[in-house]
Ligand binder design. Sequence first.
Ligand code: GTP
Ligand code: MG
Length: 609
Amino acid sequence: MAARGVGLLTRLPLCVQRSPVQRPVHRLLSYPGTVAADLRREEQPAGSAETGSEDRTPKKRFCEVQNERREQAQRTVLIHCPSKISEKRFLKYLSQHGPINNHFFYESFGLYAVVEFHQKESVASLQSVTRTPSLGAEAAIPFRSRYFSLKLKNPSNQTSGQPSVQCSNQSSPASRKLFDLLCCAENVDDQLNTLTKELQLTEENTRLRHLTCSLIEDVAAAYFPDCAIRPFGSSVNSFGKLGCDLDMFLDLDDIGKFSAHKASGNFLMEFQVKNVPSERIASQKILSVIGECLDHFGPGCVGVQKILNARCPLVRFSHQASGFQCDLTTNNRKIGDRLEAQFRLLCRVVGLDAYSPDRFWIALRSSELLYIYGALDSRVRALVFTVRCWARAHSLTSSIPGAWITNFSLTIMVIFFLQRRSPPILPTLDYLKTLADAEDKCIIEGHNCTFVRDLNKIKPSGNTETLELLLKEFFEYFGNFAFNKNSINIRQGKEQNKPESSPLHIQNPFETSLNISKNVSQSQLQKFIDLARESAWILHQEDKGHPSPSGNQPWGLAALLLPSVANGVSLAKKKKPASERIKNLLESIKSGPENSTNTNGKRAASPQS
Ligand code: GTP
Ligand code: MG
């Protein structure tokens, strides 16, 4: 059982005895909301994050958070700085252009500063005194962005004796450090909360993600002045891990809305436009030109790849200064395209998750739904982070597309599992629909994407199960799930008969005829099942009281993240029950110093995760 009300810091001295690793004290939680809300959460004792009913602070709607972040990013600049700089002088120099709300430094092949002004005008003022560099033999493309480079006029005078500025960390902790932190945690619940805190996006990283979108928007605005670049996926759904990709889409719909608003009187004015045969081709052309633009003029955008013939055309690139791997897609909504409709119908008949210009609105809606689920109960994020991390550690997921399960699918599986608890920890999507009012109504391309947007209308769960129990039960539940006949469905929160024969069937929450895990092969699913059973078994062994946090062997979550003894072996082919098989395997390797396990089912202490 988790001990409640024990703060992280009070436990530090104990940890230090076992390990030299210190827990970072100043880490901000980047849970969706304001900085102030983040600080409030950080001040809570770690134990209070164990059940969902403790936090009564009114929670912001997804769109409020996104609009605030977008507006904040528009007042923000990115500056490449000299490696040694006086923070005080730097801020004084920039304050000439207006008051500064917030700033931080980080390192990524050089020192960078993110500076948020109080007013947008300050950015224009700074741009007005900024020059385009002369590069000697090379020529510069004079693009006036919000990404600057600060040079010292007299380096020797200004850098001598300067202390280094304090940098915010933008990457996840080294596996060794994470492993040590897990080993010196107090109990399994504490381990899950620690893992979440260490891996989740920080406040600074979230700001940097929104700033990157805003900088890309400046480039796209050269062609489409009223466009918006909107982040979606794990950067905004509250399940993002430091280092995750930045999914963004170029939203051109605002342009349409703007012109519709202006139409009045007896006449209707339309822009003269070029027509192309389909929406898909229009998106390909738009992305192609934006890709070229990013490649040629986008400061800091490198490795631009135009992947236009994929099912969902996209432009992939690295934003060097922030270190983000970015995927840019677009929508270009124009109803009534016959060819397009026929193509989509055909795809639906064969069960393909087809290209659709509205798909990104649905993806944004999925991001909002996950954000709501993540905010309802603090156990949700802890379990999702843990399951994602566990899956990554055992190569069940990969950054390369293939027959493996995705993080999105794993998240839906955790949500489904939490809907199945008694009493349920999470409500079904159908229930969230019943709480919706008129302004929540949302139909996209015939799909009902309606659910309540105001989190405060959803009653917290009365379930008080610990994270330790939930993790064990998650592995048991999916280790024994009838994947051969049942489908996972968070809309109804019930197992349902599979409508088709894919090994794993997870119903797309909004496009309900689609399976989000159609790509998963039988062997990948079997690997997931075997690892889930093995992990349940390890946690059960620990339940019997064998291991304890006081020993110096990996235990609890730390043991689950170690390479499986069964990795690389085709478990599906074995005849013995999983628990017996794993027990034997563990026994057989326990004598080797590198691969040693103890008799309590603990794995070898060489973290790879
Ligand atoms: P990371 O692995 O951390 O990047 O998680 P992610 O949630 O961002 O996943 P990913 O980058 O693969 O996809 C971004 C978003 O696209 C997801 O959050 C979903 O909203 C949506 N998405 C991903 N996979 C699918 C899918 O198979 N079908 C549909 N309809 N949407 C998907
Ligand atoms: Mg992503």
